[in-house]
Design a protein around this ligand. Structure first.
Ligand SMILES: [Zn+2]
Length: 547
């Protein structure tokens, strides 16, 4: 018996053979059972996911003489002829080579009224239907809408957006998805068992993830490996057959990039050059490695076995993955892709990979200059961080209270001095909570009297702080329950300013004699939103209104 390649041998023959197209199988079976099959179908989806095979199986389902369990038998003359593309009643037309309106007239429209020669239906399979010209589509429109009872159209396309809406709306459409890695791997294992191939699990993994969801491509790769190795599907041979660099090489190169190790990159490239690996394949594997690192570091990936390189910010993996894509584009047309690839990787390690860590180092250096040195995080020391998220309100509050250590230390020293020099002031101050900002501290009081008492001594407190901190820090006094009512002590030296910032407590009538509902409808709206009522309005005079 002559050799039949695996893709052909294991081409799906009946509905139940189709892998990963459950929705299609179920719909067609139900329609067969109800005897209500449509007269025009449109299959769309990426290449290699089974559209043409499904079209043939649907044609068999329509014309088979011995339907079993709503499946074509695959054995009658009609089924066999369709499998071999020699049925007189099933016309397979490649739309790419019949784009013109005259072709459509000659092949389809002028012949559609001729009855099928033997079988029940005359079936037109139009592959790559989006290639038809507009006038060809228009000519076809009427026929698709009202075909003679014996005619059925099955159209397939990879580019649904190029098919006119008028055609789409007249068809029963099916979307074909790329076959998942798991389904591909399962099918590969089944075929290996049937063919009595020995295989390594990892090898099937690699084949399943390098064929882009296309079963035909997966089987072609399996065919190549098995014919070379006499049925031993091994990982190393799979890498070699696919022109992929081994994992150790990819990992070593990735770590050299992450550690900015130019000589490491160079030594890996010596191996890549001597073993003749494709630079594009190397970059593709690097890109996948960085992408997987990012996904695993953030627990987005189900692959628990993946070993994420330690000590790097996950976002630098995502950035590097993207950079590998760019380099792949860059070196596509290079006369020396290997050299171009190596040089491009040196430029990657020259620019900072981890901008965030760099920013932190700069900030640390800045505060070192101003006397508050904290150790800068280095690239190596940085622990993988959880994915960034917005802080909750609660966390933001506690962040405010968690003052930087040096500010609270200064405040402790200041209050120590006050406790011996002015015990009464110290007493009131110990009731307030201090909120430390970069250049301004807020002293927040529960009650009004301590606030007023302490604010009168603001110059004394300010001078103590300035002496201890070695710089001027603005302080302000406020009440806890009314953050709006802030007395700005540093501006209170001149009576003018005091006047400007004075807080008045006014009743409604003080502001306006009329009905507040008419005068301040927005206040009314707010009180409605908050389900409360307006008791008092605090009006703050600002400088502008005072003038
Ligand atoms: Zn049959």
């Amino acid at each position: 018996m002559s050799y039949e390649n695996l893709a052909l041998k294991y081409r799906p023959q009946i509905l139940d053979d189709l892998v990963g197209q459950e929705a299609f199988i179920r719909t067609i079976k139900n329609a067969v059972e109800a005897g209500r099959l449509a007269k025009a179908f449109l299959f769309y989806g990426p290449r290699g996911c089974g559209k043409t095979s499904s079209a043939r199986i649907l044609a068999k389902t329509l014309n088979c003489r011995n339907i079993k369990d709503n499946n074509p038998c695959g054995k009658c003359s009609s089924c066999l002829e369709i499998s071999q593309s020699r049925s007189l009643d099933v016309l397979e037309i490649d739309a790419a080579s019949h784009t013109q309106v005259q072709n459509v007239r000659d092949v389809i429209i002028d012949n559609i009224n001729i009855a099928p020669s033997r079988d029940k239906y005359k079936i037109y399979i139009l592959d790559e239907v989006h290639m038809l010209s507009n006038s060809a589509f228009n000519a076809l429109l009427k026929t698709v809408e009202e075909p003679p009872p014996h005619a059925v159209f099955i159209m397939a396309t990879t580019e649904i957006n190029k098919v006119p809406a008028t055609i789409i709306s007249r068809c029963q459409t099916f979307r074909f998805k790329p076959i998942s890695k798991e389904e591909l791997k399962k099918r590969l294992a089944e075929i290996c068992e049937k063919e009595k191939f020995s295989y390594e699990d990892k090898a099937l993994d690699i084949i399943a993830s390098s064929c882009g969801g296309a079963m035909r491509d997966a089987l072609t790769i399996l065919d190549r490996i098995s014919s070379f190795s006499k049925g031993k599907i091994e990982t190393s041979l799979t890498f070699e057959t696919l022109g992929l660099p081994p994992e150790e090489i990819v990992k070593k190169l990735a770590l050299s990039i992450l550690n900015r190790d130019a000589s490491g990159i160079n030594s890996v490239f010596k191996i890549i050059s001597s073993d003749g690996f494709e630079p594009q394949a190397v970059l593709r594997e690097l890109r996948n490695y960085f992408a997987q690192s990012f996904l695993s570091a953030n627990s987005f990936s189900l692959d628990a076995s993946f070993d994420v390189p330690a000590g790097h910010n996950p976002y630098s993996f995502a950035k590097l993955s993207r950079k590998m894509n760019r380099i792949m584009e860059e070196i596509k047309f290079s006369d020396n892709p290997l050299l171009a690839c190596e040089m491009a990787l040196y430029t990657v390690i020259e620019t900072p990979v981890d901008i965030e860590a760099l920013v932190k180092r700069l900030e640390a250096a800045e505060s070192a200059v101003s006397g508050n040195y904290t150790a800068p995080p280095s690239f190596q020391e940085q622990k993988p961080q959880p994915i960034l998220r917005e802080n909750t309100e609660e966390e933001k509050k506690t962040e405010i209270l968690k003052a930087p250590l040096h500010s609270s230390e200064i405040w402790r020293k200041v209050t120590d001095v006050i406790s011996s020099e002015d015990p009464a002031l110290f007493n009131f101050l110990s009731d307030c909570s201090a909120i430390f900002g970069e250049n301004e501290w807020k002293l927040r009081f529960e009650k009004d009297f301590p606030k007023v008492f302490c604010s009168k001594k603001s110059q004394y407190i300010s001078s103590l702080i300035a002496k201890t901190a070695g710089r001027d820090i603005k302080i302000s006094f406020e009440l806890k329950n009314n953050p709006q009512e802030v007395v700005d002590v540093t501006n209170s030296k001149s009576p003018d300013n005091q006047e400007n910032n004075e807080v008045e407590n006014l009743n409604w009538q003080d502001i306006n004699e009329g009905d507040p509902k008419d005068t301040f409808p927005e206040y009314k709206k707010i009180s409605k939103m908050l389900k409360g009522s307006i008791v008092k309005v605090h009006k703050i005079k600002n400088k502008e209104s005072a003038k």
